[in-house]
Every structure is written in C-alpha cells, then in structure tokens.
Design a protein around this ligand. Structure first.
Ligand code: SF4
Ligand code: SF4
Length: 336
C-alpha cells in the first residue's frame, strides 16, 4: 500500500482490556499484516506500543496541535465521569488531566471516532449496577444518546461515533471497520440505529447456529450440556442479537452457542443488566417474553405449539442429551 498512512490512536479507559485481547486473535492474516495491507498505522496503543509516559504524552500533544494527523481515535472501555462530574476516577498517567478530557480533546481533532466494544459504545459492564464511577459510552448512556461526547457529536468526517459494539468485539469487526474508514467506504447509512456497522449488525446470531433444527421444532435444552435450542429455558437471545457470530465465527470455528453457552446479546446497549440471570428465559404464561425479532407474538405461539406437536423423537431425545442418542434415519430415497 502506498500513500499517506491512516493514523489511529487507541486509548483505554474503564474496561477490562478484553477487546484488545480479542483484537490480538485476528487471523488469516494476523493483525499487523491486516493493518499494514490497508495502510493503517498505529500511532499509539497502550499495549502494542513501546512508547510510554512522556513520549506518549508528547505524541498526544502533537496530534492535538495538528502536527500529526489523526484519522481514527479508537476508545476501548467506558468513560468515567465520576466523582461528581470531574472525571478524576481515571486521570491519564503522567498528566493531571482526566482521561475523559483527553478523549474529548482528541475527539475534536479526529477524522473519525470509533468506540471499540460495548463499554466504550454504551457504558457496558462498567456502567452496571449502581455505577459508582458514573461510567458511560462515548455518545450513549446505555440506550440513551448522551455519554461523554453527547449524542449529537459528529467527528470531522461528519460521522457519529462508530460503535463497534460487542463484549468483547470480534477482532474482524474492528479491523473491517478501520479498513472501511481508511478506504472512505463507511458512511452514515452504513451504521444501524445504535451506530453499529451494519456489515455485522444487520445479521442475527441465530443465523447459522447449529441448533437451528432444534429451534424449528422447539426441542429445547434444559441444562447447559444439552444439545437443544437454548432459547426456551436457558436465556438465549440469539434470535434478537445483532451480530454475525455464527456465520463469521470466532477463532475460525467457534461462537457462544457453538460452545454450548447462550447468546447474551452483548452487542446491545444495556445487555449487561437484563433484569434476570443471564441463563434464565423470563416467561409469561409459559411464553418467552423476548420473542424473536420480527415475529408477532400470536405467530410465535401458534408456530411453537404446532412445532412441539410435530417434534421428531430424534430431536426430542437429543435435545436433552449431551451427545446424539438417536442419529438421523437412513432412508432409501427412491422408495419414499
Ligand atoms: S440456541 Fe439460540 S441462536 Fe441457537 S438456535 Fe436456539 S435461539 Fe437460535
Ligand atoms: S453470540 Fe451473542 S453473546 Fe456471544 S459474542 Fe455473539 S452477540 Fe455476544
């Protein structure tokens, strides 16, 4: 790749660092090869860069002065407004300035601002419970526009904050977003109503889940090791979660549901507080409260009672077993 590099600067605030850990799992090709091939240059990253302390601060000052162009400011972790709106729960090491103020200043000179992960996007796990640190996202406070920069924020490119939501994010959601931005191919219409890139958020986790045959017949798992669909009893939100986890796959082969765990909808604002245990499916009159996206309740009730009545014995038994107890029958197709 020739031409000027697309400079990114990455800061971390109130989070666990899991999105960086996930990013390092980018493969085919690896992270550095991917970024290099797209002309993306990491100006600084707290884990990946050698510079620390005064050297890093000097670089931030150069960016603020305009001496070094900043094409994408990437923020990982929620922004901490506490105590009492001062932001002093997280002061950037080596400075007397709260990180939230560094972020606001740098966002003012950045071509694009990218929230990496649900904490930076909406507050995420860091904002759960009584939220003593007054954590929030860059442009959202949970579901509500607001946050550290305000819901009306637009970066110099005119785009709102690009919310690469996920807990953690899939490494390729991040690299593809940066590559699209670097190529000038991500416009306002490419973001969904929560600011998530549509290339991954226009999918549902349910798409491609290997438990779909069980879902169709409402043959449900009753405990975590069971093979059946986890929607009815184990809290799976895959039919409502906006992400391509079961078609893109993680680490080349996995996903939450393929690993035997329910999807908890980690790309959505306020996923961290569903109001019940993650592995519980809240129901009214035996019907799950959270119905599949786009499905009217009456249809769901009618279809699921029909499906349950028609469930093949193979699926009924396998659904509540940790291994296949009845294989699909072999039929002579010419004799059907
Ligand atoms: S386990 Fe979840 S994602 Fe998989 S088929 Fe059931 S509802 Fe869909
Ligand atoms: S399957 Fe659901 S909980 Fe798991 S990473 Fe994807 S969106 Fe998040």
């Amino acid at each position: 790749m020739t031409g000027a590099p697309f400079n990114i600067l990455w800061l971390q605030s109130g989070g666990c660092g899991g999105c960086t850990m996930s990013l390092l799992c980018a493969d085919a090709p690896d992270l550095m090869t991917t970024l290099k091939s797209a002309g993306i240059h990491i100006l600084w990253h707290p884990t990946l860069s050698e510079e620390t302390g005064a050297e890093a601060i000097a670089l931030f000052d150069e960016v603020l002065s305009g001496a070094v162009p900043l094409h994408a400011l990437c923020i990982e972790g929620a922004l901490l407004r506490g105590p009492n709106g001062t932001g002093r729960f997280h002061v950037l090491a080596g400075t007397e300035t709260p990180t939230i103020d560094w972020v606001r200043r740098l966002a003012g000179v950045a071509e694009h601002v990218v929230a990496v992960g649900s904490c930076a996007a909406y507050g995420g796990v860091t904002a759960a419970g009584v939220n003593p640190a007054d954590a929030c996202g860059l442009a959202y406070d949970g579901r509500q526009p607001g946050g550290a920069l305000g819901g009306a924020f637009r970066s110099r490119s005119g785009l709102p904050v690009v919310n690469v939501a996920g807990c953690p994010t899939h490494p390729n959601w991040v690299t593809e977003t940066l590559m699209l931005l670097a190529a000038g191919l991500l416009g306002p219409g490419d973001l969904d109503s929560y600011g998530r890139p549509r290339f991954y958020a226009d999918h549902l986790v349910h798409h491609g889940c290997p438990r779909n045959e069980y879902y169709e017949y409402k043959a449900s798992a009753e405990k975590l090791s069971d093979l059946g669909c986890m929607m009815e009893h184990l809290g799976c939100l895959g039919t409502q979660a906006h992400a391509d986890c079961n078609t893109r796959l993680w680490n080349g082969e996995g996903s939450c549901t393929r690993g035997g765990y329910a999807c908890i909808n980690c790309t959505a604002p306020e996923f961290e507080e569903p109001g019940h245990a993650f592995l519980q499916t809240p129901k009214i009159g035996g019907i799950p409260v959270g119905l599949p996206t786009d499905m009217p309740k009456a249809w769901f009730i009618a279809l699921s009672s029909l499906a349950k009545a028609a469930t093949p014995e193979r699926l009924r038994r396998n659904a509540v077993s940790d291994h296949e107890v009845i294989p699909p029958a072999v039929r002579d197709i010419k004799r059907r």
